[in-house]
Design a protein around this ligand. Structure first.
Ligand code: GRF
Length: 201
């Protein structure tokens, strides 16, 4: 394993503020490198962040992602070892999950298993949390399986929901938790995989 670099592909559909924090965190890391940013949206602001950081990008098409080979050959060519979903809105196809078993993780802006599933993204999540009168919310980092927001949970952190909160203030609190925890949890998860398998391939 020594001298081997673990290459991450970051998948993001929108702003990419988490992607930006992850890129920053692993910049100069001794053996983990963000090698590729993947987006389904050619206008996604995340692409500016990645090109600013000199990281290659890949815009994927629905046709090839779902009905084709899910770009598995491209990821292998680019030596991608680990996939991180950071605000990626498409469901990951089974072919890709099978090509990267236990090596795809996602972050969800609530405490799963509550407030997850199809349609539960962005503000919809925070609105649902507020409408349910929850006193706490938080983040969940989990492995990706074939169902939305369903795979084994790796990490959770929580924050209070107050009477004054609206979807915007709650989103901001959640983002702060994400920025703080997501990069080191990615690092720890990769280190565990490397420790268990002895290699990343
Ligand atoms: C984050 O809140 C994340 O939990 C969810 O999508 C959001 C992405 O935000 N999966 P950003 O694009 O990183 O700002």
């Amino acid at each position: 394993m020594e001298n081997e670099i673990i290459h991450i592909a970051l998948f993001a559909s929108g702003t990419g503020s988490n992607a930006g924090k992850i890129i920053e965190y692993f910049h100069l890391h001794p053996f983990i490198k963000v090698a590729l940013v993947v987006s389904n949206n050619p206008d996604a602001p995340v692409l500016k962040i990645s090109s600013g950081a000199g990281i290659g990008t890949l815009i994927i098409s629905r046709e090839r992602f779902f009905k084709g080979d899910a770009y598995i050959d491209v990821f292998h060519e680019k030596k991608i070892d680990f996939i991180v979903l950071a605000g990626f809105l498409w469901k990951v196809p089974l072919t890709l999950i099978r090509a990267y078993p236990g090596k795809i993780i996602n972050i969800h802006p609530a405490l799963l298993p509550k407030f997850g599933g199809k349609g539960m993204y962005g503000k919809h999540v925070h609105e649902a949390v507020l409408a349910a009168g929850e006193k706490i919310s938080g983040i969940t980092i989990h492995y990706v399986d074939e169902q939305y927001d369903h795979g084994k949970i790796i990490f959770q952190a929580s924050c209070p929901v107050t009477k004054e909160d609206d979807a915007n203030t709650l989103a901001e609190k959640i983002h702060q938790l994400e920025y703080h925890h997501f990069p080191p949890v990615i690092e720890k998860t990769i280190k565990n995989i490397v420790k268990t398998t002895g290699t990343h391939s």
